[in-house]
Design a protein around this ligand. Structure first.
Ligand SMILES: Nc1ncnc2c1ncn2[C@@H]1O[C@H](COP(=O)(O)OP(=O)(O)OP(=O)(O)O)[C@@H](O)[C@H]1O
Length: 403
């Protein structure tokens, strides 16, 4: 072969190698692109390695269980405790006997009459502490917390939803003691028979109920299904029947609001000693009630309609106000060369009162929103809004908020 022939041969070899490399790389990209769960799978792998380490034994998880493992909370990592839940004492004590003790002392609950609750529904308006309560039960009983939402189950890939539902129960059984927590039960297990109901939704519901029944009939299973919803009337009747214990977690009354505020102020005072005025913390210690309302009574009285979540926001804004003032003073003293203020002032009644001007109850905000959106969208529920309608609605909403 002459010199030119050699060259041609080399060029051909190199070109083919490059083309082959590009093809392999392209194929790899395609495979990655076609796998809809790649990211979840990677996360789940890490989580299952963590679970293995935490439990001190190897958990043999199938691929669907691995996908769900990403939604499992280890009780050691749950930060909320039963004592953090304020103003819901009667529900807390009932949950202790019906759910918590059966999970921690299962040997006592294996008879016909002494049996554990297998289904608990918490229902009520948003932000009232339903999720918090379920997490606190998991924490206190040392249970894993498997958090299920409709989006984690309803896969767009046909057939996967049922496999994921089966994985919910098999994973919980492997992890037990375990709480299966379904957020927004109405979205996943809503009323049957609606004409818009998708076949897959119906199958998921049927499968879920069958597995739940199977779990109930096998004694000694330390698994409980807990659900939360803001729309209990939208939950399927057959599902509702399986929730043997239901608790309404409504908007807090005055005494509960006071307990929630006090809980957060005490927590802040414990985290930053001396940060809260005594008049806010010194309320009827030991149960003695004074004739005149305390400072906190006044705030509790004025916060009708506020949820626990709103009250947390109110306390937080009041505390931030003190911090912002302190930072401002520090900045000023730095620029003027004066010595910086030594201590931060205490959070007082006026901070809470001031914060009330900014934090309105979320129920009221929701009312404002529906009023505003119906005004700009022409009134009817379900009428699609244009981007112009939406920005007009938001402008109106801001006006109302600032009013
Ligand atoms: N009773 C309460 N005691 C103390 N904090 C509360 C209470 N209720 C609500 N909170 C605070 O509000 C936050 C939000 O509450 P949570 O998410 O539990 O409400 P939810 O009822 O599950 O709401 P949603 O229906 O919107 O999911 C909690 O993390 C907690 O900080």
């Amino acid at each position: 072969m002459d010199h030119a022939g050699h060259r041609r041969l080399w060029v051909e070899v190199v070109t083919n190698a490059v083309a082959l490399g590009a093809m392999v790389w392209g194929l790899k990209l395609c495979v990655q692109y076609l796998d809809p769960y790649r990211e979840q799978r990677e996360q789940a792998k890490k989580r299952s390695a963590f679970l293995k380490q935490h439990l001190g034994r190897s958990l043999d998880l199938n691929e669907y269980e691995q996908l769900l493992a990403a939604q499992v909370m280890n009780p050691d990592h749950i930060e909320v405790e039963m004592q953090d839940v304020s103003g819901l004492d009667s529900i807390v004590s009932d949950l202790e006997t019906k759910v918590l003790f059966p999970l921690t002392r299962p040997e006592l609950y294996r008879t016909t009459l002494w049996k554990q609750a297998k289904g608990v529904l918490l229902y009520g308006p948003p932000g009232t502490g339903k999720t918090m309560l379920a997490k606190a039960v998991a924490k206190q009983s040392g249970c894993f917390f498997l958090n299920i939402t409709v989006s984690s189950i309803m896969s767009k890939w046909l057939g996967d939803a049922n496999r994921l539902v089966r994985a919910v129960f098999s994973l919980a059984s492997k992890l037990q003691p375990c709480i299966i927590f379904i957020d927004e039960v109405d979205a996943m297990l809503g009323k049957r028979g609606a004409s818009s109901e998708h076949e897959a939704t119906l199958q998921v519901k049927t499968e879920f109920m069958q597995l739940w029944d199977g779990m109930e009939s096998s004694r000694g299973q330390r698994v409980v299904v807990m659900g939360a919803t803001n729309r209990p009337w939208m939950v399927d009747e057959a599902v509702l029947r399986r929730f043997t214990h239901m608790y309404e977690v409504g908007l807090p009354g005055k005494a509960q609001r006071k307990a929630i505020l006090l809980g957060y102020l005490r927590k802040h005072a414990a985290e930053v000693p001396g940060s809260v005025a005594e008049e806010l913390l010194a309320v009827e210690e030991g149960g003695s009630s004074s004739s005149s309302p305390s400072a906190l009574d006044r705030i509790a009285e004025a916060t009708e309609g506020y949820s626990g979540s709103d009250l947390l926001e109110l306390s937080s804004q009041a505390a931030q106000r003190v911090l912002a003032e302190h930072l401002h003073e520090l900045q000023q003293s730095e620029s003027s060369g004066q010595p910086a203020p030594y201590s931060i002032r205490k959070l007082g009644l006026e901070d809470l009162e001031e914060a009330m001007g900014h934090v309105r109850p979320s129920t009221q905000r929701a009312d404002d929103y529906s009023r505003v959106s119906s005004r700009s969208a022409g009134g009817g529920v379900g009428i699609p809004m244009t981007p112009q309608d939406l920005s007009a609605a938001l402008a109106l909403l801001m006006q109302l908020r600032n009013a």
